[in-house]
Design a protein around this ligand. Structure first.
Ligand code: GLU
Length: 302
């Protein structure tokens, strides 16, 4: 069994990210598996090496380090381009010239149970003349997956049976950068990932990844989508909500060991305030015992 945690290095990890990392780490360790960290730094504008270093240090201070080399997606574009090429050869790719605004406006119409922002397929059947006109105007296309109304079903190890549709997801952005779903399935396969434990904000998009795995002939890992951590106002926890990173908490005198205890208590592995080490948590951990309700922080926690 090989699990993984794949943060985007766009800022410091907060309690929500750290809790997901801890669940993923404990899940791997509890079955004597390996755990890998991958840096999802496809977007060079929002990602930085400083954030990457800070995130790895935060994980390490709680006792979580990658069992293999930490892999960066920005080093692996060639693999992603090869996968896109394979899909293209098989007729699963088309060029899309829509601007973000055009997509936003078109996607406002309902599209069954597709994920939010699902692409309505505007550019699926452009004529040769239309393609030539875009080309002549100097517009660079994104590449999209040509789906055929597939419905994907899988058993999530935590959320249970899930079924959803797949839209014509972007494979390569119009600036040439490979897109998240494509890169993720290529990497999960290349790294031999058997179990993906991640936040349940990614559940509705998972059928896209399952379909890409099927079309590329890649093994399909098992998924466990676990609840997010919420701020007192019910929104998904973010840095703006207060003292939510290890650095913020350290400035208030809260140690990494105390943060670990707090995270462990939130998944019912110890009583609030108990001193615990991460290794002590391993035999206590069961994915089934993780609470299904999101962990909602109180104003006093922040
Ligand atoms: N990098 C993604 C994020 O931070 C997670 C990707 C994944 O786990 O598949 O939201």
């Amino acid at each position: 069994m090989i699990g993984r945690f794949a943060p985007s290095p766009t800022g410091p990890l907060h309690l929500g990210n750290l809790r997901t990392a801890l669940i993923s780490w404990l899940h791997a360790r509890s079955v004597a598996g390996e755990w890998l960290v991958r840096v999802d730094d496809l977007d060079r504008v929002t990602s930085s090496i400083e954030h990457e270093t800070d995130q790895l240090a935060a994980l390490a201070s709680l006792g979580m380090t990658s069992d293999g080399p930490v892999v960066r997606q920005s080093d692996r574009f060639e693999m992603y381009h090869d996968a896109i090429h394979t899909l293209r050869r098989r007729g699963h790719v088309y060029e899309c010239f829509c601007s973000r605004r055009e997509i936003r406006e078109a996607a406002a119409a309902p599209h069954g149970d597709l994920p939010d922002g699902a692409y309505p397929g505007t550019c699926r059947d452009l004529t040769a003349a239309q393609l030539a006109a875009h080309d002549a105007a100097g517009r660079r296309p994104a590449l999209r997956l040509r789906t055929e109304g597939e419905r994907i079903r899988f058993d999530d190890l935590f959320a249970g049976p899930y079924e959803g549709g797949v839209d014509d997801v972007v494979l390569r952005r119009n600036d040439g950068v490979p897109a998240y779903n494509l890169a993720t399935v290529v990497d999960d396969a290349a790294q031999g990932i058997t179990h993906v434990v991640r936040g349940d904000d990614l559940l509705a998009g998972t059928p896209r990844q399952r379909l890409l795995q099927q079309l590329l002939g890649l093994p399909e890992p098992r998924y466990a989508h676990v609840p997010l951590v919420l701020a007192p106002d019910g929104a998904r926890l973010a840095k703006r909500h207060g003292a939510v990173t290890l650095a913020d908490l350290a400035a208030r005198g809260v140690t990494a060991a105390q943060v670990l205890s707090r995270l462990a208590a939130s998944i019912a592995l110890c009583a609030p305030g108990d001193a615990v080490t991460i290794d002590e948590l391993v035999p206590r951990f069961h994915l089934d015992a993780v609470p299904h309700a999101p962990w909602q922080l109180a104003a006093a926690d922040l």
